[in-house]
Design a protein around this ligand. Structure first.
Ligand code: FAD
Length: 292
């Protein structure tokens, strides 16, 4: 299929230029394109019919990974760059886990963290991972005003976010606390395809090696990227043993709605949550201890 008629294509070289283009259109009439891995399909199927496509590829300030007080990742940073980023520490290593297994090589070479989060597809990995890590989303609007939205308020449900049509996502910021480790793992019918279920976990350990703070999130269920606070609470005080993690994952299974579709039935999804939960816990605890 071909997209409906598009009046204009713009490739601004700076954020100021991008914002100026937005001011010339009603909200929604000008649409951003990052890697194009989701929005091109949406245009071809006429799910979206923009008057103008604003290609963000030439805006250098939207790209790259830097570490200052926290970890800062530009919205236009591609999966392939995140997958190989040595500057991402144990606290946010789940980002690397996810980026290494998104789609195929072509998707990883084009797709961006910002595009994935702004699209917020129900089974996508990055929305669940940025939610599990507690990222802060930095937005710039057509008037040049900035605001910061926490991951918990950014993802509103599948294909819905708190970003308005007149805002561009500029970058994400992540805490990099000491004695903290995170991990992400997904399972799909095809290796490196969209997950049937994905689990992200982040744990901080006290001096005795017990979990003093936890975040947990899932992808692939009807609610899309979701945080599971019942599982987080159950993990507090855990030393990472299989028994304590099993109790936490049982709390997760009890708290979420698993569905049956052609890929997997509800029981199978529950079992995936338990199994993947053990795997990510083992990795996240080991990373927090500095062992992995
Ligand atoms: C074959 C295939 C396999 C895939 N497998 C997986 C997988 O295993 N796991 C997974 O998570 N995903 C998977 N995906 C989806 C992939 O991750 C997409 O790359 C991602 O959803 C969109 O990123 P993008 O950079 O291409 O964004 P685009 O498609 O360019 O944009 C997506 C949306 O975000 C908006 N947008 C983009 N950037 C910004 C910004 N900076 N500010 C404001 N709005 C913005 C656009 O306007 C658009 O609405 C797959 C895709 C394909 C084609």
């Amino acid at each position: 299929m071909y997209p409906a008629n598009i009046e204009d294509y713009q490739r601004p070289a700076s954020l100021q230029e991008a914002v100026a283009i937005l001011r010339g259109y009603e909200p929604g009439d000008a649409i951003f394109m990052a890697g194009g891995q989701s929005v091109m399909q949406a245009m071809k199927s006429r799910m979206v019919r923009p008057r103008c496509v604003v290609d963000l590829q030439a805006i250098a300030e939207l790209k790259g990974i830097t570490v200052d007080e926290g970890l800062r990742i530009g919205a236009m940073t591609r999966y392939v760059e995140i997958a190989g980023a040595g500057e991402i520490s144990s606290a946010n290593a789940a980002l690397r886990d996810a980026a290494r297994h998104v789609g195929d090589r072509q998707v990883r070479n084009r797709g961006t963290i910002g595009g994935s989060c702004c699209w917020n597809y129900v089974a996508s990995c990055m929305p669940a991972v940025t939610l599990g890590l507690g990222a802060a989303f930095h937005l710039l609007d057509a008037q040049g005003k900035t605001r910061v939205v926490n991951a918990g308020d950014f993802f509103l449900g599948p294909l819905e976010t708190a970003r308005t049509d007149h805002e561009v996502l500029t970058h994400l910021v992540f805490d990099a606390a000491p004695r903290t480790g995170s991990a992400y793992r997904k399972w799909g019918l095809v290796t490196d395809a969209l997950p049937v279920v994905g689990v992200c976990m982040k744990v901080s350990l006290d001096a005795a090696g017990r979990c003093s703070a936890a975040r947990m999130s899932l992808s692939g269920l009807p609610a899309g990227a979701q945080r599971v606070q019942a599982g987080e609470k159950a993990l507090l005080g855990s030393d990472g043993s299989r028994e304590s993690v099993a109790r936490a994952m049982e709390a997760v299974v009890d708290a979420v709605e698993c569905h049956t579709d052609k890929w997997a039935d509800a029981n199978y999804r529950q079992q995936l949550i338990r199994t993947l939960g053990q795997e990510v816990a083992a990795t996240a605890f080991a990373r927090a201890r500095g062992e992995a």
